[in-house]
Design a protein around this ligand. Structure first.
Ligand SMILES: Cc1ncc(COP(=O)(O)O)c(C=O)c1O
Length: 452
C-alpha cells in the first residue's frame, strides 16, 4: 500500500466529451494550451506536480527568510552535502538554472558535451554557450521491447573512441542523466557510471550527473543488479554521486518539491566561478533565487525520497499501469521505469505517418476520451530541432506520474481509457501543423485534424 495517508484533497475536474472537443479546437490540438480545470488526470509531467508531506508543508511557517546565513540554507546544505559528498552546493530555482550557470563556466564555442541523452534544456544550454551536445545512448535503447534493465546506459565504447580520438580535446564535460528521461525513463547501471567515471578521470574531463531522478535510478539499480541487493536506495544514490565531479539537479522531481534545484561541485575553482554567475544572475548563493521555506522543503524532500517504502510504492504504481497498458495490447518502452510510461504510438497507430504526428494524435484522443493530459515525445515535440542533432526514432506518448498524487483507482481509470482507444485505434486521425514558431514548437504550435 501507499506508505502515507491523505490529509488534504482537491476536487478532480470533470468535463463532458463536447466540452473536451471544444477545448481541443480552442487550443489547436496542443494540450499545453489547456487550463488545468479542463483536465481530469494530469499526466503531462512529473515535475513540480507532486504532493508535499506534512513535514515539508510545516516549513511554510518555520522557513527562515533571512537573506544570508539562514537556518533553512544550513538545512539545505547539510542534507545536500550528506547526499552528494560535494563540498560546494548551491541552491537554484530549478534544474535548468543549474545547467545555465554550470555551462556558462564550462562550455565555450567549439566545445562538445557527451551524454547518455541530454534533456532538452541541457541541450539548449550547451547550445546557448556555443557548444554542441552529442548523445551516445547504448544500443539496447533502440529496441523498445528489449527487457535489458539498464537501457539508460551510455555507449562506453563510443565514449572512449571520442574521448581519446581526434575530437577528445573538444570535450567540455560528460553528462550522465539518471534516470534517462529522454530515453524512456530508463536507469543507468552503476557499472556503466563507474566505467564512464574512469574514462573521464583518465582523460581529465569532468563527469556531471543530471540527477533529477537520482532516487528512482538508485531504486532500479537496487532491484536489478545483484551486486547491489540489500543496500538502501540512499547508499546506492550516495555511491553514484561519489563517482562524479558534480551534479545539476532539478528538485521538482526527486526533491519532492514544487520548485527548487541544486548545483553541486567538487572543484573549488569551478565552484567559485559558478557562484559568481549565480550571484550576478539568480541570487546570493545562500538562497539561490528561492525562499527560505523552499530550501527547507527541498532539503526534507531529498531525505523522504530515498525511503524504500515510498520508492517501492512508486515502482508498483508504474508497474500496475504498465500491466493495464499491456493487457490493452498497447506496446511501450520496456521495462517501464518509475516516473513515466512511454507508449509506442507509432505501433498503435500505424496508419498515421510520422509527418502526421501519431504521438500527438494519441495524446489528443486520450484527452478527448477521458480528460487525461499527457505529452508527445516524437516528431511533433522533437522533430523541429534540426541541426541541434536530435534524431526522432520512435513516436512515443509519455504518461508521467506525479509523485504521491494519484491513487491506483485513478490509474485504473487511465488504463480503461487506453483500452477503449486501442479498440478503435484505426479510427484515430492524424494531425497537421497550421501555425508554429521557429523552434520549441511543442509549447505553442497549433494543429488541425488532417480529415478537417
Ligand atoms: C532529466 C532532466 N534534466 C533537467 C530538467 C530540467 O529541470 P527543471 O524543469 O527543474 O528546470 C528536467 C525537467 O524535466 C529533466 O527531466
Amino acid at each position: 500500500v501507499e506508505p502515507y495517508r491523505i490529509k488534504v484533497v482537491e476536487p478532480l475536474p470533470v468535463t463532458s466529451w463536447n466540452q473536451r472537443l471544444a477545448a481541443l479546437d480552442r487550443v489547436g490540438y496542443n494540450l499545453m494550451g489547456l487550463a488545468s480545470d479542463e483536465v481530469t488526470i494530469d499526466l503531462l509531467t512529473d515535475s513540480g506536480t507532486g504532493a508535499l508531506s506534512a513535514q515539508q508543508l510545516s516549513h511554510a511557517i518555520t522557513g527562515d527568510e533571512s537573506y544570508a546565513g539562514s537556518r533553512s540554507y544550513r538545512h539545505f546544505v547539510d542534507v545536500a552535502v550528506d547526499l552528494t559528498s560535494y563540498p560546494f552546493v548551491f541552491p537554484v530555482p530549478q534544474g535548468r538554472v543549474a545547467e545555465r550557470v554550470l555551462f556558462s563556466a564550462l562550455v565555450s564555442p567549439g566545445r562538445i558535451t557527451l551524454s547518455n541523452a541530454h534533456f532538452e534544456t541541457t541541450r539548449a544550454n550547451v547550445w546557448l554557450n556555443g557548444g554542441q551536445a552529442i548523445d551516445l545512448p547504448c544500443p539496447e535503447l533502440a529496441d523498445l521491447a528489449s527487457s535489458f534493465p539498464f537501457k539508460g546506459d551510455i555507449d562506453t565504447a563510443r565514449l572512449k573512441e571520442i574521448l581519446f580520438g581526434s575530437e577528445g580535446d573538444r570535450v567540455a564535460a560528460v553528462i550522465m542523466t539518471i534516470t534517462n528521461n529522454t530515453g524512456g525513463g530508463q536507469p543507468v547501471a552503476m557499472s556503466n557510471l563507474r566505467t564512464t567515471a574512469e574514462l573521464c578521470n583518465e582523460r581529465g574531463v569532468p563527469l556531471i550527473l543530471d540527477a533529477a531522478r537520482f532516487a528512482e535510478n538508485a531504486w532500479l539499480v537496487g532491484q536489478n543488479d545483484a551486486q547491489h541487493w540489500g543496500r538502501t536506495p540512499r547508499e546506492i544514490a550516495q555511491e553514484a554521486f561519489t563517482l562524479a565531479d558534480g551534479c545539476v539537479l532539478s528538485a521538482k522531481k526527486d526533491g519532492l518539491a514544487h520548485i527548487g534545484g541544486l548545483l553541486g561541485l567538487r572543484d573549488p575553482a569551478l565552484a567559485r566561478r559558478c557562484e559568481l554567475i549565480l550571484i550576478a544572475t539568480t541570487g546570493y548563493s545562500n538562497y539561490g533565487g528561492l525562499a527560505g521555506r523552499d530550501l527547507d522543503m527541498v532539503a526534507r524532500g531529498l531525505v523522504e525520497v530515498t525511503d524504500p517504502r515510498y520508492l517501492r510504492s512508486r515502482a508498483e504504481d508504474a508497474a500496475y499501469l504498465a500491466d493495464l497498458v499491456r493487457a490493452a495490447g498497447v506496446r511501450m518502452v520496456e521495462p517501464p521505469g518509475l516516473h513515466a510510461l512511454y507508449l509506442d504510438a507509432g505501433a498503435l497507430l500505424p496508419h498515421i505517418p510520422p509527418s502526421q504526428f501519431p504521438g500527438q494524435a494519441l495524446a489528443c484522443e486520450l484527452y478527448l476520451e477521458a480528460g487525461i493530459r499527457s505529452t508527445e515525445v516524437g516528431s511533433f515535440n522533437l522533430g523541429d530541432e534540426g541541426d541541434h542533432g536530435h534524431v526522432v526514432s520512435h513516436e512515443l506518448l509519455r504518461l508521467a506520474i506525479p509523485r504521491r498524487v494519484y491513487t491506483r483507482a485513478h490509474l485504473a481509470y487511465v488504463g480503461r481509457a487506453i483500452a477503449r482507444i486501442a479498440d478503435r485505434a484505426d479510427q484515430v486521425t492524424g494531425l497537421r501543423i497550421v501555425e508554429q514558431p521557429p523552434m520549441l514548437r511543442g509549447f505553442t504550435a497549433r494543429l488541425q485534424r488532417v480529415a478537417d
